[in-house]
Design a protein around this ligand. Structure first.
Ligand SMILES: Nc1ncnc2c1ncn2[C@@H]1O[C@H](COP(=O)(O)OP(=O)(O)OP(=O)(O)O)[C@@H](O)[C@H]1O
Ligand SMILES: [Mg+2]
Length: 360
């Protein structure tokens, strides 16, 4: 059974529709990442689940029960909000105990629970510190401990790592995943960082302007984005415009690019006035590494315009004969490279081509 379920939830603020017909469900112990640009309705969705906003339409169920009309404290939900603040005048122990006290846990139980939580987030010994005496990462861990302390049925985390710098963010991301799996928390995590969303979530929900643009396993959404918005929002992409031909009976269509170049792409089985093709930079092989790759029947010639070494990876930009720029990302093998000005062959499989309706 789903622990959380949204059924056609809409939220309007006056004439603005912040969330429109959102539906998803989440099983026990799973993590759902809610990803989307600023203002797309992520926080509003969480606030409705927590009970700080009522849906204008639709229903929200927790453990099979409708939450309509239920106050926040009547819902078994743990929160870490975007604008979260630890109580500055309370020490770490008191911050974590806050929800337990409000729920009238016995004093001894509060003590046990707090030390359990401190252990979990590896902050034992920090009981008496005030928030200002902690680093950003430590504060974040206290906030997480506070959200988890009451063993909530649903844990809602709104941009839990956004205040941290890139390196700490990555470390804490791994830690966060471990902590959530240790307590088997059913979690909805909001982020506008696609890497975070993909690495943390069992399910990924991509939102755009209040609507769910796509929902699925992260790798599935990455491989098969249904729209240009989703493809662009998740990962880097090369876009080729052209004209889609008829299916050839084997599930492929010819896609004719400017300059009379042509590639084979999967039959999109969607109807649109015009189409665009997305190819992920890491799916393209160059001279040096495609020879032995089967199925790379698409081959385009390109002139190398830029080469950037990024540690383990190399990014190069090549200009096709029709003037279109294509980015390729490959693993650095330590071998001689394609230099600027060289002509190279870019090879990729039809299955590496994602065909979507062109945005108007
Ligand atoms: N209480 C409110 N009254 C009126 N409009 C609101 C209210 N809360 C949110 N909105 C509007 O609803 C839309 C969605 O806001 P929301 O906070 O859910 O976005 P978000 O996806 O969390 O964005 P961000 O990534 O910037 O945090 C925005 O246009 C916002 O201005
Ligand atoms: Mg928000």
């Amino acid at each position: 059974m789903s622990v959380v379920e949204l059924k056609n939830v809409t939220k309007r603020f006056g004439s603005l529709t912040a969330v429109q017909q959102a539906s998803f469900s989440l099983e026990k112990g799973k993590i759902l990442s809610l990803l989307g640009p600023s203002g797309c309705g992520k926080t509003t969705t969480l606030r409705m689940i927590a009970g700080f906003e009522e849906p204008t339409e639709g229903d929200i169920l927790i453990a099979g029960q409708s939450m309509l009309g239920k106050r926040p404290y009547e819902r078994n939900v743990g929160l870490l909000f975007q604008d979260y603040a630890l109580f500055p005048h309370l020490n770490v122990e008191q911050n974590i105990a806050y929800g337990l006290k409000r729920r009238r846990y016995a004093r001894s139980e509060i003590g046990n629970r707090v030390s359990e939580m401190l252990n979990l987030v590896q902050l034992s010994g920090f009981e008496n510190r005030r928030p200002l005496q902690l680093s950003g990462g430590q504060q974040q861990r206290v906030a997480l401990a506070r959200a988890l302390a009451t063993s909530p049925e649903v844990v809602l985390l709104d941009e839990p790592l956004s205040a941290l710098d890139a390196k700490l963010r990555q470390e804490l991301r791994i830690e966060l995943k471990q902590i959530l799996s240790t307590v088997d928390a059913t979690t909805i995590i909001v982020t506008h960082d696609q890497e975070e969303a993909m690495s943390l979530g069992d399910t990924l929900v991509v939102m755009s302007e209040g609507r769910i643009a796509q929902i699925g396993a992260p790798t599935e959404v990455y491989r098969n984005p249904r729209t240009k918005f989703v493809a662009e929002f998740i990962g880097r992409s090369n876009w080729l415009s052209g004209k889609l031909g008829q299916p050839n009976g084997e599930g492929l269509c010819e896609f004719t690019l400017a300059g009379n170049l042509s590639i084979s792409v999967p039959d999109p089985e969607i109807h649109a006035e015009s189409y665009e093709v997305c190819i992920r930079p890491e799916r393209i092989r160059t001279n040096s590494n495609f020879g032995h790759q089967a199925g790379c029947i698409n081959q385009l010639r390109g002139a190398v315009r830029n080469v950037a070494h990024l540690g383990a990876d190399i990014h190069l930009v090549a200009e096709l004969d029709n003037g279109c720029m294509v980015t390729v990302s490959e693993q650095f093998t330590g071998q001689a490279l394609d230099h600027c000005g060289n002509t190279i062959s870019l090879a990729f499989r039809p299955s590496d081509c994602i065909v979507v309706a062109a945005s108007s």
